[in-house]
Design a protein. Structure first.
Length: 363
């Protein structure tokens, strides 16, 4: 059986660190905590779990800190987590099995990252990350922000998931890092433009975000998945800006150039584009496509699961109601209710449609 070093970099994480460590302490063989300048009880909490607590002066570069944390690992493989991550019970069992059965020739194991969940426990954003890596390969982190681990060799995909449970979000921190890169005159890669666009969008700078996405799309280089989402996010910005030149639809259709076949995230948005224009027949077509196109379990890029599950079902309920097809409307509302059983809007739809169907049946 292989051995595992847990490596974490932390700063002021007293609210979540114990929760994270409790979820994995009996699975890993070593815990290494790199503190980058905490002023709360983070170090005290860390020392209750391990005597391997180290210190590193924050340089403003996440990759440097992550690489430093990896230096302290002594076991066969390195598992990295953020302080607000947890391994939930089902995944704890999967991780134990993985540890017991892993072929030592494997260089890296990818795991799902459940980056968010809604109030009903549905995963809202999921993607894969190289999460368990062979120590002797000396893999390095890159990127000032939104880091990536440069992994190569024998990589396998597992069904283990790490779940992110944040209680705070540094809204403008990453944006500031990109602003500093611009001031220094750094050259932006396609990846930089994509993530800079995301930070601008999340902070409400929609027109600047559109420009950043356009810069990403103008470059031949770059990951095709980032380009797909550059189209999607650009369309979201255009919709929020209420621009009526069909730029939103053009951007959504442009995403097909990169994926070759449609994705649920694009189809649901195209459905909503026609929905808002009360072109319900067109809208239902695209919502149905979103449901039919299930996310690929081996997909590494972002997957927003709502766009292939409850969201298109709920929108189809509304569209079919407008088309006076009460039975289809009711069916899709019930499908949405499987994911969001106590959603007030879905329950209100249910009551309305049951009355409507009762009237029709008794007529």
């Amino acid at each position: 059986m292989v051995t595992i070093s847990l490596c974490m970099m932390v700063k002021n994480e007293e609210a979540v660190l114990a929760r994270c460590l409790d979820s994995v302490k009996d699975i890993v063989d070593e815990i290494n905590i790199l503190d980058t300048g905490s002023t709360d009880r983070t170090v005290e909490i860390a020392k209750a779990y391990t005597d391997r607590v180290f210190f590193f002066e924050w340089t403003g570069n996440f990759a440097e800190a992550r690489n430093e944390s990896f230096k302290y690992a002594t076991k066969d493989y390195i598992l990295y987590l953020d302080a607000d991550d947890v391994v939930e019970e089902e995944d704890r069992e999967k991780l134990k099995t993985l540890k017991e059965t892993l072929d030592p020739s494997v260089d890296s194991v990818s795991m799902f990252y459940n980056a968010g969940k809604d109030e009903f426990g549905n995963v809202t954003l999921r993607y894969r990350r190289n999460r368990l890596v062979k120590r002797e390969r000396n893999f390095k982190w890159g990127g000032d922000v939104h880091n990536y681990l440069n992994v190569f060799g024998k990589i396998i995909n597992s069904d283990v998931a790490i779940t992110h449970k944040k209680i705070k979000h540094a809204v403008s921190r990453n944006l500031s890092i990109y602003r500093e890169k611009i001031k220094r005159g750094d050259t932006f890669s396609a990846r930089d433009y994509f993530y800079y666009g995301n930070e601008l969008r999340e902070n409400g700078h929609l027109e600047e975000a559109i420009e950043a996405y356009n810069q990403n799309l103008a470059l031949q280089e770059g990951w095709v998945e980032d380009k797909f989402y550059a189209c999607i996010h650009k369309a979201d910005c255009l919709r929020k800006l209420n621009q009526d030149d069909n730029g939103e639809l053009k951007s959504l259709l442009q995403s097909f150039e990169y994926t070759k076949t449609p994705r649920p995230e694009a189809c649901s948005r195209i459905g909503y584009y026609y929905h808002r224009r009360r072109e319900f027949q067109h809208a239902t077509y695209w919502y149905e496509q979103a449901i039919a196109l299930k996310p690929d379990e081996n997909q590494w890029s972002f997957s927003y699961l709502a766009y292939s599950t409850w969201y298109p079902h709920l929108q189809l309920c509304v569209c079919y109601y407008q088309l006076h097809d009460w039975e289809k409307s009711y069916y899709h509302n019930e499908q949405a209710r499987k994911y969001r059983p106590e959603d007030p809007a879905i329950l209100q739809n249910k009551e309305l449609l049951e009355k409507k169907l009762g009237i029709e049946e008794g007529a």
